[in-house]
Write a protein that binds this ligand. Structure first.
Ligand code: FAD
Ligand code: UDP
Length: 371
């Protein structure tokens, strides 16, 4: 009946389904959640588009990906400038001259560089082997202690010494007074939320919600020639090489009627270890909202266990080793395609997921005898 059964209506599954449908293939998209969009799903509360699974800011350096996503929505000019709150002290992020000035009183880039160099020398790190060493060698020990250590250890539930250096390299370090969290050329928030993007992608495609692939595996597989799987790769293979670790999150969303502006910024990070949440999002600021009321979400990190949603792969040595074994099996499949954050166990942002999906479609349709 179908050419493809797409498991997961997140960004990967939706881009894949949209592109192959455009080229004459027939898809059935299923999702175990009661809505499409996976983690980019947004929903209106009190007239405010609420990012139900945490703050999502679209950013990319790739014009092709920017043009691609702009087919499905109009984007605003939002620029992410999160603020860090360390025990009541406020610092600008990412690490830039505003941060260095507030922390050390330095005025010029030269002074800031000297300060970091002194701290790096004292810490005596040549090649950084873990997140802690990487952070200290990029920004010194003061910033590490106040803005990185506590946040990182609660976010990941592990010592920063056990985490890979690449995680902290996601953040720019800049010797200019520029609070833009991203270096990318293109950035914004889709006006009206992200769900509209997915709905546009899946227009005219069969979608079934509240369906877990593993509960109906045989009957679902019988419906299509091929499967596109965007869930957890270890679950697909019944955990035969062991369970991969993920970080999960709990989102506490609150409507606050008594104010129209709760925190003055879309994202505030709480970088001490003691505050149990990592950040508070005030959703209206993503779209410069002028509503009388406001909606906020606190983000509480926790270890993933069965029946929780997996949000972040934990790409340390132990898990990467296990994933490699699953990937070897996945690479041998001729009727199953694995894609997206969970099935490839990669800490992908949205633009990377779109790029991966487009490449997968290209490869897939070139291979197909009818094309
Ligand atoms: P998902 O969105 O996880 O979609 C997978 C779908 O598969 C889900 O809907 C799930 O329900 C479904 N599924 C899984 N298993 C089954 C099953 N057995 N049966 C049926 N359905 C199943 N990226 C950015 O670019 N900018 C940001 O600011 C940003 N912020 C983020 C903040 C947070 C808190 C998180 C968690 C991620 C953030 N990301 C951000 C990353 C972004 O969310 C991902 O890159 C993107 O959503 C991944 O899409 P996906 O399709 O791979 O996965
Ligand atoms: N990070 C930090 N302090 C901050 C913000 C980020 O130490 O105030 C570290 C933390 O380890 C985090 C990583 O940088 O996991 C990447 O941050 P990013 O904002 O990209 O995380 P995401 O939005 O993907 O959760």
């Amino acid at each position: 009946m179908y050419n493809y059964l797409v498991i997961g209506s997140g960004l990967f599954g939706s881009v894949f389904a949209h592109e192959v449908t455009k080229r004459g293939k027939k898809c059935l998209v299923i999702d175990r959640r009661n809505h499409v969009g996976g983690n980019i799903f947004t929903e209106q509360i009190e007239g405010i588009n609420v990012h139900k699974y945490g703050a999502h800011i679209f950013h990319t350096n790739n014009k092709r990906i920017w043009d691609y996503v702009n087919q499905f929505a109009k984007f605003n000019r939002y620029t992410n400038t999160p603020v860090a709150n360390y025990k009541g002290e406020i610092y600008n992020l990412p690490f830039n001259m505003n941060t260095f000035n507030k922390l050390w009183g330095v005025i010029t880039p030269e002074e800031a560089k000297q300060k970091i160099e002194e701290q790096r020398k004292t810490a005596n790190i040549s090649t950084p082997n873990n997140l802690e060493e990487q952070a200290i060698s990029l920004v010194g020990t003061d910033i590490y202690e106040k803005l990185i250590k506590g946040y990182t250890e609660k976010q990941w539930g592990r010592s920063a010494k056990e985490l890979p250096p690449f995680i902290i390299r996601r953040l720019p370090v800049r010797f200019t007074y520029d609070n833009n969290y991203f270096n990318d050329k293109y950035q914004g928030i889709p006006i009206g939320g992200y769900t509209g993007i997915i709905k546009n992608m899946l227009k005219d495609i069969d979608v079934r919600l509240n369906v877990d692939f593993f509960e109906h595996r045989e009957e679902l597989e019988a419906l299509a020639d091929k499967v596109v799987f965007t869930g957890m790769v270890d679950q697909y293979y019944e955990y035969r090489f062991g369970v991969l670790d993920y970080r999960s999150l709990q989102f506490e969303t609150k409507v606050i009627d008594s104010t129209d502006n709760f925190q003055g910024n879309a994202v505030i990070n709480y970088t001490d270890r003691e505050t149990p949440y990592t950040r508070i999002i005030e959703h209206k600021h993503f779209e410069f909202g002028t509503q009388d009321t406001t909606v906020i979400t606190e983000e509480y990190p926790m270890e993933w266990k069965k029946n929780l949603e997996p949000y972040y792969p934990i790409n340390n040595e132990k898990n990467n080793k296990i994933y490699k074994k699953y990937k070897e099996l996945a690479d041998k499949e001729s009727k199953v395609i694995f894609g997206g954050r969970l099935a490839t166990y990669k800490y992908y942002d949205m633009h990377q997921v779109i790029a991966e999906a487009l490449t997968t479609v290209h490869r897939e349709l070139l291979k197909s005898p009818s094309n």
